[in-house]
Design a protein around this ligand. Structure first.
Ligand SMILES: CC(C)(COP(=O)(O)OP(=O)(O)OC[C@H]1O[C@@H](n2cnc3c(N)ncnc32)[C@H](O)[C@@H]1OP(=O)(O)O)[C@@H](O)C(=O)NCCC(=O)NCCS
Length: 170
């Protein structure tokens, strides 16, 4: 398998969106990834491909409120391609573009029940941000994204940019 990374474009939404629920283990996720991530946030949404076949994607954006921050909304890898560095490669591309743009911090959110996602983010150097509750030792905020939508929030400093990953504005 070869991993090729590129910025996503508008045409990439249609082939990716039908994969989403299956890639998230049958959860209804597609409605949480609006088309606009593929249209209005370039270059912060990326595709990983193997000779044109989609392996995964990362949908992020640079904060309009604080341009020091880049926030990852979703990252997903085809189950058949997991454990082979695709997710890490997508984040490395995001880190590189964030560093080049002078951004200081990358933010990410995930469900506190999503232990795989939490382990993955911690492995990539993300630290949990404070929250009022804990699940398996990781802080989370109940109802952060609406009723029943609890979120564990993570931050990671952009390499080469000084400052703590888990402190400051978020
Ligand atoms: C989380 C996800 C993106 C990881 O993608 P991936 O391509 O399998 O991850 P990688 O192979 O790049 O792994 C990078 C590191 O994270 C670790 N990691 C990945 N998945 C892990 C898991 N389930 N448990 C523990 N560690 C894990 C890997 O071991 C690797 O560490 P290493 O360098 O020491 O070997 C993928 O499992 C996925 O798409 N899950 C469903 C969607 C999801 O939950 N997205 C996150 C919330 S938006």
């Amino acid at each position: 398998m070869t991993i090729t990374l590129r910025a996503a474009n508008d045409a990439d939404y249609d082939p990716i969106i039908p994969c989403l629920d299956a890639w998230w283990g049958g959860q209804q996720m597609a409605s949480m990834l609006p088309h606009l991530f593929f249209t209005h946030f370039r270059p912060w949404t990326y595709l990983a491909e193997d000779q044109g076949d989609i392996l995964g994607f990362l949908a992020a954006f640079r904060s309009q409120t604080d341009p020091d921050l880049v926030s990852c909304h979703f990252i997903g890898v085809d189950p058949a391609a997991r454990g082979r560095g695709v997710g890490a490669a997508l984040y490395e591309r995001l880190f590189a573009d964030a560093a080049a743009a002078g951004c200081r911090k990358i933010l990410a959110v995930t469900s506190p029940q999503n232990r795989a996602s939490i382990a993955f983010h911690q492995r990539l150097g993300f630290e949990a941000l404070p929250g009022p509750k804990f699940a398996a030792g990781v802080a989370f905020t109940p109802n952060y994204d609406g009723p029943g939508e609890d979120r564990a929030r993570f931050a990671r400093a952009v390499k080469g940019i000084s400052g703590s990953a888990a402190s400051g504005r978020n």
